[in-house]
Design a protein. Structure first.
Length: 132
């Protein structure tokens, strides 16, 4: 019985994660949406941060599911760093921090952070149209 409870818990977790993955008609639209979201974060914290879009990668054995990475770099204060992390991690969409490097330049945190957004790309199953 304990295993069936664990199996149900895992199934519920998978369903909630799947619900956080948005759909886009094309990979280009998905990338544009991710870049706009990252740009909002950058604009909130001033000109000390830059971003670099990375090539999207389709997830193996999951046709239509894509990883869209974006790297953020720059000098930030401790409070700003915590807020950036909070905004990324609390997104309503499935976005994870894939890589994080921290160094100090003249006592200021200098970050290199790669966030990865997940998207389903292509038409929805059952012939439903993609809403965009």
């Amino acid at each position: 019985e304990q295993w069936s409870v664990r199996a149900q818990t895992a199934l519920n977790l998978e369903k909630s994660l799947q619900a956080e993955i948005p759909r886009a008609a094309t990979i280009g639209l998905a990338q544009a949406e991710v870049q706009a979201t990252i740009r909002q974060v950058l604009n909130a914290f001033g000109p000390t941060l830059t971003s670099d879009a990375r090539p999207p990668v389709q997830v193996r054995a999951r046709p239509g599911l894509w990883r869209i990475p974006v790297t953020i770099r720059g000098l930030v204060g401790q409070a700003q760093l915590m807020e950036i992390l909070r905004r990324i991690e609390s997104s309503a969409r499935l976005v994870v921090i894939d890589d994080f490097q921290l160094a100090f330049v003249q006592g200021q945190p200098n970050i290199t952070l790669t966030a990865v957004a997940y998207y389903r790309v292509g038409p929805a199953q059952g012939g439903q149209r993609v809403g965009r």
